[in-house]
Design a protein around this ligand. Sequence first.
Ligand SMILES: Nc1ncnc2c1ncn2[C@@H]1O[C@H](COP(=O)(O)OP(=O)(O)O)[C@@H](O)[C@H]1O
Ligand SMILES: [Mg+2]
Length: 224
Amino acid sequence: MLQVEALHKSYGKRSILENITFTLKEGDIVGLVGENGAGKSTLLHVLATLQKPTKGKINLNGMTYHWKSFSQIRKHIGFVPQEVAIWEHLTVEENMLFFEKLSWKNKSKEELQSLCLDMKLNRWKEPVHTLSGGMKRKLNLAISLIHEPELLLLDEPTVGIDLKSKQEIAFYLKDLTAKTGMSIIYISHDMDEIMNLCDRVFCIGNDLFYYELLAQAGQEVIQL
Ligand SMILES: Nc1ncnc2c1ncn2[C@@H]1O[C@H](COP(=O)(O)OP(=O)(O)O)[C@@H](O)[C@H]1O
Ligand SMILES: [Mg+2]
């Protein structure tokens, strides 16, 4: 469903991603690891059409990436950035309704509420600023799923949240990919989480730390 071929990305003269090639199948959950500054977020931004690649080819479900097709491609992608991006003064309900208006699909209030409940986010009428970090992360994730994307890109979606919320999110995502065939690329520094959730792990860069750590736990790592 996703093919990335010989992808390069530079900022000015500085090369960040070099010759990245991989494919993703329907329902795949792939972990993306690497040290800070390795280019993980940059890769996700390119896949999310927020940054243009310097060179290389990307194809998502038969659609080739080209700036002319970016708005079409975006309809098929869910993206959760590293920073939480929701309205703090609005309630969960108001946030969901607001982002539904911006999305490509029409959803009823009941459908939006059940999307939240499925990931154990049950504070429908409460303002976001009163929620825990874990609840806010769940809301951010729920928003990215309103339009039923085929590819979900998650940039450290569970940083700094409690273990229970982490596990609820992981359980929900596994279930969703199994049911819908949605594929996920998941950036995290939490190796337990990566191993629990992901079918495969990609590593950017050649820092042996990640290879050794994951190999010890019996997890294969593919270098990008
Ligand atoms: N918009 C940008 N312009 C210039 N350099 C950038 C930009 N975004 C990221 N970088 C640089 O690219 C490198 C990779 O960053 P990033 O993809 O955020 O790494 P990671 O997510 O793996 O920590 C870093 O050195 C960062 O400073
Ligand atoms: Mg990053």
